[in-house]
Design a protein around this ligand. Structure first.
Ligand SMILES: C[S@@+](CC[C@H](N)C(=O)[O-])C[C@H]1O[C@@H](n2cnc3c(N)ncnc32)[C@H](O)[C@@H]1O
Length: 240
């Protein structure tokens, strides 16, 4: 009884691995995360062209964007039971996720539930291109060189907590929500980034209407950052 979790990459369907495409083509059941009933799943949109809809049943699983831990846990339990039922009924099952499954992914919650409650299921994880590597490729930049250190920070949480990472790394990747980047930009100067540090911001990397801009920190401080959506990335390089 096997379940494959597939990292679908950042958005361009050509960035899926051959192994991922082969698993998707053979799937009887595909599970895709979405935040609300009726809202199209981004992972599904990326993988869609490889799905044989005449044989594959696609099921959206809801992962609401809420902070109440108890409601979230109940939802993860429900979602993992739905997946386990399909695997137990002999269906070749696949779970799709954006980017790579190991990075801030809904898969993490499903995986924990499956290991705890359905440990007869054989799980395979197929890596995907993480959004920030696609970002670096589009921006034609290197993230770190030589002895430099790299931090990955979700921008939408406690700013005091992220100050420590920001202070101790040479390059920082900020993920999760461009709407928080203006507050992050304010703390960069306080934590060792010079006015001339290059800050690159992108939205919808490798998807239609991609936005990608590099600006000096001093210029960004007085303007609104160009990314206003959840699907945004900002990279700050201290030593440029
Ligand atoms: C829940 S995390 C998932 C990360 C994903 N597992 C990965 O490997 O990149 C969602 C965040 O990833 C980033 N992201 C994923 N795909 C992106 C894209 N195509 N363009 C810009 N940001 C993206 C954004 O920062 C977004 O808020």
């Amino acid at each position: 009884m096997k379940l494959s979790c597939i990292g679908c990459g950042p958005g361009d369907p050509d960035l899926l691995t051959i192994k991922a495409v082969n698993r998707i083509k053979r799937a009887d059941a595909i599970f895709t995360p979405t935040s609300k009933e009726g809202k199209p799943s981004i992972a599904l949109a990326i993988a869609k062209k490889y799905i044989d809809e005449s044989r594959t049943v696609i099921t959206d699983l809801i992962f609401p964007m809420i902070k109440d831990k108890e409601s979230l846990r109940l939802q993860w339990k429900t979602n993992s039971r739905i997946i386990a039922d399909a695997v137990h009924s002999g269906k070749n099952s696949v779970y799709l996720t954006v980017g790579d499954p190991s990075l801030y992914s809904t898969w993490n919650y499903i995986h924990k539930e499956l290991k705890e409650n359905y440990n007869d299921i054989n799980i395979e994880i197929i890596p995907g291109v993480p959004s920030f590597f696609a970002f670096a490729a589009q921006a034609k930049m290197s993230l770190v060189e030589g002895d430099q250190t790299l931090g990955i920070v979700p921008a939408c949480y406690d700013l005091d907590k992220i100050k420590h990472t920001v202070a101790s790394c040479d390059s920082i990747i900020f993920l999760k929500d461009g709407r928080y980047f203006d507050s992050v930009i304010e703390i960069l100067s306080e934590t060792g980034f010079s006015d001339n540090s290059n800050i690159t911001i992108a939205q919808d990397v490798s998807i239609d209407k991609e936005i990608l801009e590099t600006k000096k920190l001093k210029d960004l401080r007085n303007t609104k950052n160009p990314a206003g959506k959840y699907f945004s990335i900002m990279v700050a390089r201290k030593n440029d």
